[in-house]
Design a protein around this ligand. Structure first.
Ligand code: ACO
Length: 426
């Protein structure tokens, strides 16, 4: 029998259906609430609101669990590649060898960016943030690939086109921002190796591909590939709900990711750690500032809407710092500060009581610095990783029989009706 809950409003009892997810998550179905009771719900930030049913990613914030299509993130990080994980997110199953090879061929076939697009890149001021450039360029892709994308085959083509071209555009924007020669993608390289090569190869100093660093980049992008209904994914779904083209929806996701409370936190963490380093490595001062409710400062890379324990991605990222740095024969003073900061914060009652732990961004910047990625490209790295999640969620939303245009209600708190006052009488 269908589970229901009773709601008593103004002395009247209403029975509301309950939706139970495959992991036992329960949601009260309030779709008819306003129609039947005249009431709406109030939930700023949507902390208690389920906006969709989704079979892509499962998170348990209390236990620190993250699974893509049922597979634990730890297993994917250990055994999978970013391309394979992207296929999994899009299609719900791991690819066969043949399917994976087909994906690789498509990625290679789509890796070039229209030559005219280089002119766009060159027109942005040198100091432009790469996230702004990326968001604009993804929207511009629509002009180059205007065909209507509704058929299954078309969506997969668009998915692979975006995955391949966004990587090329990211590396291209970096090269152009430095005034260096653009390096083209190579057919003989894998997805991640190709990216590193496009970033760091140069006519005067060939880049040597190191398989351990390629592996590290694979893991980095696997960890970012999806995270259910986060801010940028919700943006993709909301914008997509107006039946906008996929490029515009993804561009909205990129714009949402840019913010320091979301994907921009990886850049903000490095800026915070650099600041602490300049203040004699005084982590206690940063912790005290973060605790001060009159100070807007927050410990960047700490806290999460869903995780109330250690973010499972942060655990893997933390371990990767040492691997990447030792491989690059580098040490990073910011890693010592990050570790000290974590240690002090995790012993502090403020952080303990509020369940504030490191999130994925706390250590990710150190991994990226180790790989040689400049700080202003960090959030772009996150965006490339999140593409398969955004596209899978967009696809799921347009296939959803319950889907409607996103249009929340509000509680109006402004003036009641009043008469217009002529300008001379104000
Ligand atoms: N430092 C200090 N205090 C914090 C922090 C932090 N990093 N995060 C949360 N708090 C405090 C808040 O001040 C609040 O205190 P209060 O109850 O006294 O007002 C309490 O913890 C709850 O915080 P909220 O902001 O209500 O939590 P919410 O779920 O809305 O926000 C968020 C989550 C945005 C991630 C928040 O923890 C934050 O700002 N963290 C720093 C930025 C960051 O690392 N963002 C990356 C998140 S992961 C990702 O998007 C990829």
């Amino acid at each position: 029998m269908e589970k229901t809950v009773k709601l008593i409003i103004d002395g009247n009892t209403y029975e509301l259906p309950v939706i139970v997810g495959s992991e036992g998550e329960k949601a009260i179905d309030i779709r008819k609430l306003r129609q039947e009771t005249g009431y709406i719900t109030y939930d700023p930030g949507f902390a208690s609101t389920g906006s969709c049913r989704s079979s892509i990613t499962f998170m348990d914030g209390e236990k620190g669990i993250l699974r893509y299509r049922g597979y634990p993130i730890e297993q994917l990080a250990e055994h999978s590649t970013f391309v394979e994980t992207s296929f999994l997110l899009m299609n719900g199953v791991l690819p066969t060898r043949k399917e994976l090879n087909q994906v690789r061929v498509h990625l290679n076939d789509n890796s070039l960016v229209h030559e005219d697009m280089q002119d766009f890149f060159r027109s942005f001021p040198r100091a432009s943030h790469p996230m702004g450039i990326l968001s604009s360029m993804v929207t511009a892709l629509r002009s180059f690939y205007p065909e209507y994308m509704s058929a299954e085959e078309n969506i997969n083509t668009t998915f692979l086109r975006l995955l391949s071209k966004v990587r090329t555009m990211a590396a291209m924007s970096y090269k152009i921002s430095r005034g260096h020669k653009v390096i083209y993608p190579r057919q003989d390289l894998t997805y991640c190796a190709n990216f590193l090569n496009m970033m760091f190869d140069s006519p005067v100093k060939p880049y040597e591909i190191d398989e351990d660093l390629v592996r590290a980049l694979n893991i980095f992008w696997i960890l970012h590939a999806d995270h259910e209904q986060n801010c940028s994914t919700a943006a993709v779904r909301v914008v997509g709900s107006g039946k906008v083209n996929i490029y515009a929806a993804i561009s909205a996701g990129i714009a949402a990711l840019w913010g320091p409370l979301h994907g921009g936190a990886n850049q903000a963490v490095i800026e915070m750690l650099t600041d602490i380093a300049a203040n004699n490595g005084d982590v206690n001062r940063a912790v005290e500032k973060a605790k001060d409710r009159n100070d807007p400062f927050r410990l960047m890379g700490f806290g999460h809407r869903v995780y109330k324990t250690y973010d499972p991605r942060a655990k893997i990222m933390k371990a990767m710092c040492d691997i990447v740095l030792s491989k690059m024969k580098k040490s990073d003073p910011l890693l010592d500060i990050a570790r000290k900061l974590e240690e002090v914060a995790l012993k502090d009652p403020y952080f303990i009581d509020s369940n504030l732990y490191p999130n994925v961004d706390f250590y990710s910047g150190i991994v990226l610095r180790g790989l040689g990625i400049p700080t202003n490209m960090f959030t772009v790295m996150f965006a490339i990783g999140r593409l398969p999640g955004w596209i899978s969620q967009w696809k799921e939303s347009i296939d959803d029989p319950h889907w409607r245009i996103s249009r929340p209600r509000q509680v109006y708190t402004g003036e009641k009706e009043r008469d217009y006052i002529p300008i001379d009488e104000r």
